[in-house]
Design a protein around this ligand. Structure first.
Ligand code: CMC
Length: 428
């Protein structure tokens, strides 16, 4: 893969380092021998210039606003595919045939129930617990139930664990919601699609039949597709790092959920809707724009900006259109959507946002849709976790299947005290 070299000279010593090329995207300098050759580490907090792995799953061109899964543009997948199909694609590398998709969907459907004893875990949480706190705990606890799929060296066990995680996440997420509103848990129903089943387990009640609205099912499925994977973001890197030590897949995904919770990552959808509600009316937007630009104010426009996208996030394009469709179909007029659109318009014509290349990201419009569907804001990040589980699982599988895989172990620039002698307590 190496077409050229980079030369590094330290003192008298000059060494060549191979430059590796991927299919598309920036080349990388292979510095694996740098420490052995020079005794030096590289310094890159936040990994802004560091590729932590090679991967064939997802490609992002942040300058052009391109997102591809296994080569397919996200816009095409969101418009023409289904979440089950995208899940198959991410896990297996190719779009499924009709028979393969049916088989995969059948398998996932047959894993949607959770061990009945798991319901006892929920009762240990306060009723007002954040559902992401419940998700961290309950998903981690799966490893104590499914011992027959925790041997990471067995490809069959890895496959079963992957299917279990994708299948059980909607059940676990819906149960977190039900627990918070004090309603009975609903068991999954195998005659419904993945997404319709999730909506029923969330919004249905045992007392009457729940009929999923096809427009809402379609919108929800799109939202799942848009969140399915996003290459080496913080939570995916967390899953990979946790998995690199040989930890079982349930524990690794629980680690990913914990990382996703933060407001700079998956928690931004909740924060974005809270912000839009706080702004409330279009006339208050300039005040918030001014705050976002003020260096002395920690306030940021939530749902704006991205580490990789320096252009419109292609997921936000689909999300904006879906928000419009859902609100129209449901006959909802939400002033928050007007605030969002006007905020976007003003921010995109403001030199601060233009110069820093800050555009709406996936989280900017998702809250408007999810709120119209009936989800409380605390559930937003849970939905992100549900959908991202397939990406986490696919990335984890890719890493474990790589024979060259090693435990992840970053180095550091030490800035603490150099060696000194212990002073007994009586002499301090
Ligand atoms: N509002 C105002 N200013 C911003 C914003 C924002 N949302 N985002 C970045 N900036 C400014 C920032 O102050 C900095 O200015 P300066 O160079 O003068 O110091 C500059 O833009 C670069 O920001 P950064 O923090 O160095 O960029 P980053 O790549 O480390 O951060 C980010 C990316 C997503 C954490 C950040 O843009 C942010 O906090 N956005 C709001 C939270 C958000 O919407 N997160 C969801 C990300 S998409 C979903 C996901 O993948 O999880």
């Amino acid at each position: 893969m190496s077409d050229t070299n980079v030369t590094v000279t330290v003192g008298e010593e000059t060494k060549d380092y191979a430059v590796l090329s991927g299919t598309v995207g920036p080349q990388v300098i292979d510095i694996r021998k740098l420490y052995a050759n020079t005794g030096m580490f590289t310094y890159d907090p936040g990994f802004t210039s560091t590729a932590s792995c090679d991967s064939g799953l997802t490609y992002i061109d942040g300058d052009e606003g391109v997102l591809l899964h296994r080569g397919y543009p996200i816009g095409q997948l969101a418009e023409q595919s289904s979440f089950m199909e995208v899940s198959y694609l991410l896990l297996n590398g190719e779009l499924p045939s009709k028979a393969q998709l049916d088989d995969f969907t059948y398998t996932i459907t047959r894993h949607t129930m959770v061990n009945e004893q798991l319901t006892a875990f929920y009762r240990g949480f306060r009723r007002d617990a954040h559902p992401m706190a419940i998700m961290c705990g309950v998903v981690g606890a799966l490893s104590s139930f499914y011992h027959d799929s925790t041997d990471i060296n067995d490809p069959d066990q890895r496959r079963i664990a992957s299917h279990r995680l994708i299948a059980k996440m909607p059940t676990i997420a819906a149960m977190a919601f039900k627990y918070s509103v004090g309603q009975p848990f609903l068991y999954p129903r195998n005659d419904l699609s993945y997404t319709a089943n999730f909506l029923r387990m969330t919004f249905g009640v045992p007392a009457e039949e729940y009929v999923p609205d096809p427009v809402i099912v379609d919108a929800m499925d799109k939202i799942f597709i848009l969140h399915a994977d996003h290459e080496q973001n913080a939570s995916t890197s967390t899953v990979r790092l946790a998995g690199s030590s040989g930890a079982n897949p349930f524990a690794c995904i629980a680690a990913g959920i914990a990382c996703l919770w933060g407001p700079a990552h998956g928690g931004a959808n909740e924060a974005a809707l809270n912000m839009l509600r706080e702004i409330g009316t279009v006339d208050r937007i300039p005040e918030y724009i001014a705050r976002a630009k003020n260096k002395d104010d920690p306030f940021r426009l939530m749902g704006f900006g991205h580490r990789v996208y320096k252009n419109y996030d292609p997921r936000a394009t689909v999300m904006q259109k879906t928000a419009e469709d859902v609100l129209k179909t449901m006959g909802v007029t939400d002033p928050v959507f007007d605030v969002a659109r006007e905020l976007e318009r003003i921010a995109l014509s403001d030199p601060y946002f233009i110069e820093k290349k800050l555009f709406p990201n996936v989280d900017f419009y998702s809250g408007v849709i999810l709120s119209a569907i009936g989800f409380p804001t605390e559930m937003f990040t849970v939905l992100f976790a549900l959908a991202r589980t397939v990406g986490w699982v696919a990335q984890w599988n890719e890493m474990i299947s790589d024979p060259a895989q090693k435990i992840g172990r970053p180095r550091q620039l030490y800035t603490g005290p150099s060696q000194r002698d212990y002073v007994p307590l009586t002499q301090r």
